[in-house]
Design a protein around this ligand. Structure first.
Ligand SMILES: Cc1cc2nc3c(=O)[nH]c(=O)nc-3n(C[C@H](O)[C@H](O)[C@H](O)COP(=O)(O)O)c2cc1C
Length: 216
């Protein structure tokens, strides 16, 4: 089967934009993530806050999908979703997850691993209140991850909920935020000849961060 005008095996890119060393990474992985995020924004990275979220289900099978980073504080990385979705159920049964950011415009990848917990009801309420009305109604209308016979179910739900709440659409009880609290953060800078730079911050028994370099 041909899916590309080129042979897929011939697609390759040499990474030459930048270098990453231990001193540049500093001692605070959150501060360094903030610096790289700002640089990715400045470089107009497409969907700069899009991240792959990997979860593991009850049968130890992994699942991955994109979600949007909506907050970052000294504790961790926040995103919002449907608590009754597949990912929500996986998270409730196994609170260890991984995130991946890929900022191709800067030839950079960041990997985050740790445990996950729900944000407070107040945090979820606050973020929900800032969403456009259509997104609020969408959260009510979609039984995320469930099999539906056709699209009309969604459209009908949307119509039913439109007008039901007036101007003040409440947050659905099944919808809210999660915070990923990292114990591992890896910063990857592409380099020439596949000799990339990888600087890792990891926590052992204490909350102190140990910094190390990994072979690419
Ligand atoms: C760019 C992009 C951003 C997305 N952002 C979110 C998000 O913030 N929250 C969310 O629940 N799903 C988001 N999705 C949809 C998820 O990838 C996924 O399809 C959905 O959450 C259902 O996943 P699940 O069945 O594994 O729970 C996004 C998808 C894309 C492509």
């Amino acid at each position: 089967m041909s899916v590309s005008s080129r042979n897929i095996a011939d697609i390759r890119k040499d990474y030459q934009m930048a270098e990453l060393d231990e001193a540049t990474a500093g001692d605070d992985p959150f501060a360094f993530f903030g610096k790289w995020f700002a640089e990715a924004e400045a470089a107009e990275a497409a969907e700069v806050n899009a991240m792959t979220l990997a979860t593991v289900d009850l049968h130890n099978k992994p699942h991955a999908r994109i979600v949007l980073l909506k907050g970052l504080d000294e504790k961790g990385f926040v995103f919002f979703t449907n608590y009754s979705s597949a990912k929500g159920l996986e998270i409730e049964s196994n609170p260890f997850v991984a995130l991946v950011f890929f900022w191709q415009e800067l030839e950079r990848q960041v990997r985050v691993e740790g445990r996950i917990e729900r944000v407070s009801e107040e945090e979820s309420d606050h973020y929900f209140s800032t969403r456009p009305e259509g997104s609020k109604l969408g959260a009510w209308s979609s039984p995320q991850s469930q099999s539906i016979p056709d699209r009309s179910i969604l459209e009908n739900n949307y119509r039913l909920y439109t007008g039901q709440f007036g101007n003040n659409i409440p947050r659905p009880p099944h919808w809210g935020g999660y915070r990923v609290i990292p114990s591992y953060m890896e910063f990857w800078q592409g380099r020439s000849n596949r000799m990339h730079d990888r600087i890792v911050f990891s926590q052992g028994a204490t909350e102190d961060w140990a910094k190390t370099r990994l072979a690419p």
